[in-house]
Unconditional design. Structure first.
Length: 478
């Protein structure tokens, strides 16, 4: 059955490999299940009902997007509410509260119209292959530079807030800044306060995980990333129990195992009625159009970057740097966004953490299908996902990031017209935390260099248009 749907042999894979890859992808991105409702509700400040509703919406919308990716595109890419896009959505809702005087929940539901419209626009553009044409318009050197740039961003996430620890001095901490950058233990203790001990355990866990993954991968052990994460988790759990007298599984005893459907229905389930539409209209059409364009630009290039970067690492690109079934993959992303709007969460997009599953050998939609089912299962077993320490997932992200840096070998560094745009992307993606912004800056640099080196004719019309759009976006701070 799996062979018929996913053509496993044709793609050089098997059921066991795909299942392990799906589980690995899930473990590296399971943090979004709790983090997304935290970000969209001010870490529960808007009430437990809204938090529960967004939590359930995150599971359902992500699963729908991944099922579409599995059966429409047959690709191993996972989808969920996008990081960065969810934070931006929360800021937008907060601003709307100040502008309209409506409650947070009313503005939240009104803002979901923006996400719905964005998703519908993307479905139309995907069916008409407009988004695919945009991908093809990105110069090959830029496309080849996306993979290593994403690799640096993954490493930044791994060393950064993904291993978050909070104390009276603030948080989250960055391993390279607050631990290794502190120079001496006394300075590190002053910077982290009561969180210093946990920071040490986190750093140790992270590097144990990285080394375990590398050694297992070197031995060609199937599931090396997954097993490395489990080893790191055990180190963390033992450290918690021994040094902090904390039971790492204490939360399981009081956790709720029933899906909060009632909370989603009463708070975040999108209701197509006069009240939510009236609240949406109160936002103002200029503001609405500006927000729709902004969400579209960010989501479009974040998705394009993730698909191209991860597909390149998996060897799925043809000689021209294009990915087969790109239209279907983009359509799956758009359907996920519509599902997210209807159930109550921000834009659903392709996750860069998909690279971890690809690294485990995932090559077909069975990987995405596995991850999707695990997200649905989290409606019932979310407490289990919550006991996986962030430091363990950090190890996986750092390892995959290092591997993606290998894509730099495809760049002709003797040609400055290629080197500069790629170098800008390498810095912009991890610093801005946005794949789309990194691609935008790379396109602008590429276009300007070509024009002033007498090679303007080598730049396609669509590339000029994309560069201009990004220039307008950056300077108008859209």
């Amino acid at each position: 059955m799996f062979e018929k749907f996913f053509k496993l042999k044709e793609n050089g894979s098997d059921v066991k490999t795909e299942l392990i890859a799906g589980l690995t992808t899930f473990m590296t991105m399971a943090y979004i299940i709790a983090l997304n409702p935290n970000l969209l509700t001010g870490f529960g400040a808007e009430g437990p009902e809204l938090w529960n509703g967004v939590f359930l919406s995150t599971c359902i919308a992500s699963a729908i997007g991944m099922f579409c990716m599995a059966f429409l595109a047959n690709k191993p890419f996972a989808l969920a509410p996008g990081m960065g896009l969810n934070s931006f959505f929360a800021v937008v809702v907060g601003n709307l509260v100040a502008i309209t005087g409506l409650t947070y929940l009313e503005c939240y539901q009104a803002a979901l119209w923006i996400i719905l419209i964005e998703g519908i626009v993307f479905i139309i553009l995907s069916v008409l292959k407009v988004r695919q044409k945009i991908v093809e318009a990105i110069p090959l050197s830029i496309r080849m530079g996306i993979t290593p740039a994403i690799g640096l961003m993954l490493m930044n996430i791994g060393f950064g807030s993904n291993a978050g620890i909070y104390s009276e001095t603030g948080g989250p901490f960055y391993a390279l800044r607050d631990f290794f950058g502190a120079l001496t233990p006394s300075v590190a203790q002053d910077s982290m306060g009561s969180g210093y001990g946990m920071m040490v355990l986190t750093v140790v866990t992270m590097f144990v995980g990285i080394i375990a993954i590398v050694l297992l991968s070197h031995k060609k052990v199937k599931g090396s990333v997954l097993f490395g994460m489990l080893i790191a988790s055990i180190v963390y759990w033992v450290g918690e129990a021994v040094f902090f007298a904390t039971n790492p599984f204490a939360s399981l005893a009081t956790a709720s195992w029933l899906p909060p459907f009632k909370d989603m229905a009463s708070t975040t389930l999108f209701k197509f009625n006069g009240t939510t539409w009236s609240n949406f209209v109160d936002i103002g059409w200029f503001t609405v159009l500006t927000l729709i364009v902004t969400f579209c630009i960010i989501d479009m290039f974040d998705t394009i970057g993730t698909l191209v970067g991860t597909a390149e690492r998996a060897g799925m690109l043809d000689k021209d740097g294009n990915m087969p079934q790109m239209k279907e993959a983009l359509l799956s992303d758009a359907i996920g966004t519509v599902a997210g709007a209807c159930t109550g969460t921000s834009t659903v997009t392709t996750f860069v953490e998909s690279a971890s599953g690809v690294e485990e050998g995932g090559r077909t939609g069975l990987t995405a299908l596995t991850t999707g089912f695990l997200f649905l299962a989290c409606m019932f077993i979310s407490p289990i996902a919550g006991v996986i320490p962030p430091a363990a997932t950090s190890a996986a992200l750092i390892y995959v990031g290092v591997l993606m840096l290998c894509g730099l070998k495809n760049i002709d560094f003797s040609d400055i017209t290629q080197t500069l745009p790629v170098s800008v992307m390498l810095i912009a993606m991890p610093v801005s935390g946005s794949i789309g912004h990194g691609i935008g800056l790379g396109l602008i640099c590429h276009t300007i260099i070509k024009v002033f080196t007498g090679k303007a004719k080598e730049v396609s019309i669509l590339t000029y248009v994309l560069s201009l759009i990004f220039l307008v976006k950056f300077f108008l701070a859209l």
